[in-house]
Design a protein around this ligand. Sequence first.
Ligand SMILES: Nc1nc2c(ncn2[C@@H]2O[C@H](COP(=O)(O)OP(=O)(O)OP(=O)(O)O)[C@@H](O)[C@H]2O)c(=O)[nH]1
Ligand SMILES: [Mg+2]
Length: 276
Amino acid sequence: MNILAPVRRDRVLTELPQYLRKEAALHVHKDFHPRVTCACQEHRTGTVGRFKISKVIVVGDLSVGKTCLINRFCKDTFDKNYKATIGVDFEMERFEVLGVPFSLQLWDTAGQERFKCIASTYYRGAQAIIIVFNLNDVASLEHTKQWLADALKENDPSSVLLFLVGSKKDLSHLTLAFPQTPAQYMLMEKDALKVAQEMKAEYWAVSSLTGLKLLPVSGENVREFFFRVTALTFEANVLAELEKSGSRRIGDVIRINSDDSNLYLTASKKKPMCCP
Ligand SMILES: Nc1nc2c(ncn2[C@@H]2O[C@H](COP(=O)(O)OP(=O)(O)OP(=O)(O)O)[C@@H](O)[C@H]2O)c(=O)[nH]1
Ligand SMILES: [Mg+2]
């Protein structure tokens, strides 16, 4: 991928995408944190937007639809044939959030037991963890806690953002293949919301399959979900940068004179106009 290619027009975020369910959202604010908006306006986002690439890992049982979810978002494709991911794969996605360039590296990991040990070596350094389960398979929901525990062994639980995603939402409607009644679906979702709350994860329900054949619908909630992941990861990154620059502001001569001068000089010399 050419890192210098311009950001696609449909990857530009000017406002905070909203959560799906209020009862299992990472936060329920309507807008980005005011300090983040202000920092973006004043070009004080530090390494965010310059060198930083945020890592997002996608984990969950085999065949729950992790690869299809990533492919739907990144390539707008859907393969109905199952091809197991062997080890890991990744996609880079470039965004512009509040005028600041922001890149995500989406790591697609294998759900099959025999490839798990390879995949788990790539868990480290994630800023967000997406745990996927199949909305039509209760066992896959039960296994999400173990997937989370494994992913957290390699990451800092206090700073990583968690998302619990129910996949194959299209199959949860009454079909011949999956005769799940609306009541069963509601029960499944209730359980999933409970798990999400216990994990402190944000809950989403998606389908990577194109919806109605007559409409050019690219899955259901896929774009909304990834935009939310992007926005919340960006917000957390900028807040962390601000905290870092704030704590080093006084007497940090070395940093003021280094290449990072933009971040630290503006933070110490110029009093922010709009920061609370
Ligand atoms: N109906 C429907 N089928 C889906 C959806 N997402 C994935 N599938 C199907 O589910 C199967 C598995 O999808 P994958 O994306 O390969 O699953 P995975 O989680 O990546 O599996 P591993 O790589 O083995 O961990 C494929 O046959 C897909 O076509 C969906 O949203 N709706
Ligand atoms: Mg896969």
